[in-house]
Write a protein that binds this ligand. Structure first.
Ligand code: GLU
Length: 594
């Protein structure tokens, strides 16, 4: 079902009701209504004579191949997204897969509609506000919480892709899955990054038994680069999804294998067949705001990504960023200060808006952001930063969920000019490290605050609850100019995503860089202690920033981006960007033929 004019309605209500079970296991057939109407005034226009061609920018060349193959067969951007996701789940299982969740922003070139699909994981009916506390009431350590059944939310990717395909697919549902099925049966060469992340997971948490079986040759030796890994269980799972649809995932043998994996010790979870059967992907109006001569659209709650990225931009709109480019300490100083203010608000006010009031309009109110910008001094870093009180703000405790390194972002433009910007995740490295039917299960519920109230006893917006979605930072973004699609971008990186994406947007929109050049700029993430990618900064520039009073947290921490972007050049052709910090690429569909 396509709904022309979706963007034009003020209401944010999902078009597909979220079904979830109450504690008494009675079926409730409408979701608690999202309570945060975002006052968009923007209407994108249908594409004018699209001649840009088609392109994929994704985190692994095999996934790019699969996406381009689908586009070459006349598939839509959503068809290609299915193929890309299916292959990423195989070749980049450390980051995303069908056992996880995702957000997808879609631009429909025929109607101009911009829609946000929400495939975020949901906490099971058995979840509670104390699920991440130990017997003495103290928060569990991150490794203990991650490697548990409690961390696994109902996976949402498959349902979300099915919903998006129903509305925007051109090929039969079964077709885009084929490349991944063949690759899983034939085997693929383990990439340097997959090996590196498996080693990292072994160091960070010690691999859980399923991950150890899958990622080592003999229980000890991590799969070497180039090792040909086959996964016939995954192929069989995808085949069932391809032939029967998403219901093959949410009920029957695949669902049973998920429940069995979650129920294992240590720290078994409560996820049930009823939780799986009642999952529904939903659709939102994205949050869009003007930025200079552009319109920027991002993800609404339960992601904080769109709001926080737009907060950064809304604060920077009060400064002349073009005059303070990437070679100037002023440019970076302003970006850091704007991030600090935006992160403080995001930490305090954003959670699942079906459960807590999120003051989206207040947080993005022009006057409010002007008042936030007025806190910035041009000559001195702010000594401290705290959340403001935007119009309509409820009392709320702040929380700091931990950093993570899973996740993948890809952008697709199809031959008709439709666009997908999708961020997808199993949360941590290989998710919970538990496997079912050939794929890893997410640990997305550790994105909840582990505590329900802060030190002052104020309820935390992002506390866990049954049927609730954990707050995300994922920031799939679409930028428009004169109503026409200009740029799609996003990144993995946990809560650092907001820093990575806002830097890239400033790089392209204010500093006039190509997507690649903007992606390769040093990352800065100013949430609490400021993280900078020192190796990419000119030493004198860094010294000038320090002399403005900035202190940077030593060590790594800002290198976790995996930014992928596609932009329309002034001549109407496409230009892609792929982050050299990972192993992806941006490649156009060669329409010349063999
Ligand atoms: N789970 C995180 C989120 O939804 C993303 C994790 C990552 O990017 O590594 O914000």
């Amino acid at each position: 079902m396509n709904e022309p004019g979706f963007m034009r309605r003020a209401c944010v209500a999902a078009s597909t009701a979220l079904l979830f079970l109450s504690a008494g296991c009675a079926t409730v057939d409408t979701a608690p209504e999202a309570n945060t109407p975002a006052a968009n005034t923007f209407e994108a226009a249908p594409a004018r004579n699209w001649r840009g061609g088609a392109m994929v920018a994704a985190a692994n060349p095999l996934a790019v191949d699969a996406g381009l193959k689908v586009l070459g067969a006349g598939g839509s951007a959503v068809d290609a997204a299915i193929a890309i996701q299916a292959v990423l789940g195989l070749v980049e299982p450390q980051s995303s897969g069908i056992g996880g969740g995702a957000f997808l922003l879609h631009y429909d070139a025929a109607t101009g509609d911009v829609v946000a699909y929400d495939g975020r994981e949901v906490a099971p009916v058995g979840a509670s506000s104390t699920m991440f506390l130990d017997e003495s009431g103290k928060p569990l350590s991150f490794p203990a919480a991650i490697q548990s059944g409690r961390s696994v939310g109902v996976p949402g990717v498959v349902a979300m892709l099915e919903l998006a395909h129903r509305e925007h697919g051109r090929l039969a549902w079964a077709q885009p899955w084929q490349a991944a099925i063949e690759l899983a049966e034939r085997g693929f060469a383990v990439s340097p990054r997959m090996r590196e992340i498996a080693q990292m997971a072994e160091r960070f948490t010690t691999l859980a038994p399923d991950a150890r079986r899958y990622l080592t040759t003999d229980g000890k030796t991590i799969l070497p680069v180039g090792h040909v890994l086959r996964n016939t269980d995954y192929a069989a799972t995808l085949r069932q999804i391809a032939t029967q649809g998403a219901r093959a995932f949410y009920s029957g043998p695949i669902a049973q294998s998920i429940i069995a994996a979650v129920a294992q010790a240590p720290r078994p979870g409560t996820l049930s067949l009823a939780d799986l059967a009642s999952y529904r992907a939903v659709k939102h109006e994205p949050v869009c705001r003007p930025y200079r001569i552009y319109e920027v659209c991002g993800m609404t709650p339960p992601s904080s990504g769109g709001i926080a990225v737009l907060s950064v931009l809304g604060i920077l709109a009060n400064f002349d960023m073009a005059a303070n480019d990437s070679n100037t300490p002023q440019g970076w100083h302003l970006l850091i200060e704007a991030q600090r203010l935006a992160y403080a608000d995001r930490d305090k006010y954003v959670g699942d808006d079906r459960f807590v009031h999120v003051p989206v309009d207040g947080l993005l109110d022009t006057n409010y952001l002007q008042s936030r910008a007025a806190l910035i001094s041009r000559s001195r870093a702010m000594a401290t930063v705290s959340a403001g009180t935007p119009p309509g703000a409820p009392p709320s405790g702040a929380d700091h969920t931990g950093p993570s390194t899973g996740t993948s972002h890809f952008v697709v433009v199809d031959a008709r000019g439709n666009v997908v910007s999708m961020t997808t995740t199993v949360e941590s490295l290989f998710g919970s490290q538990r496997m079912a039917s050939g794929f890893f299960l997410n640990n997305q519920l550790t994105d909840f605050s582990f505590r329900a109230v802060d030190d002052a006893g104020v309820a935390i917006a992002n506390a866990p609850a049954p049927g609730k979605k954990p707050r995300s930072s994922m920031s799939p973004t679409l930028v428009f100019k004169d109503g026409q699609f200009l740029l799609g971008v996003g990144s993995p990186g946990g809560n650092s995503i907001i820093g990575y994406v806002s830097k890239t947007l400033v790089g392209v929109l204010d500093w006039g860089l190509t997507p690649d050049a903007a992606i390769e700029l040093p990352n800065v993430v100013a949430r609490g202690p400021v993280l900078v990618e020192e190796s990419r900064f000119d030493a004198p520039l860094l010294e000038q920033l320090k002399s403005l009073g900035h202190t940077f947290r030593p060590g790594r921490g800002a290198e976790g981006s995996g930014l992928h972007a596609i932009m329309v050049r002034p001549d109407g052709t496409l230009e892609g960007g792929a982050d050299s910090r990972r192993e992806g690429e941006a490649r156009a569909l060669d329409t010349a033929g063999p």
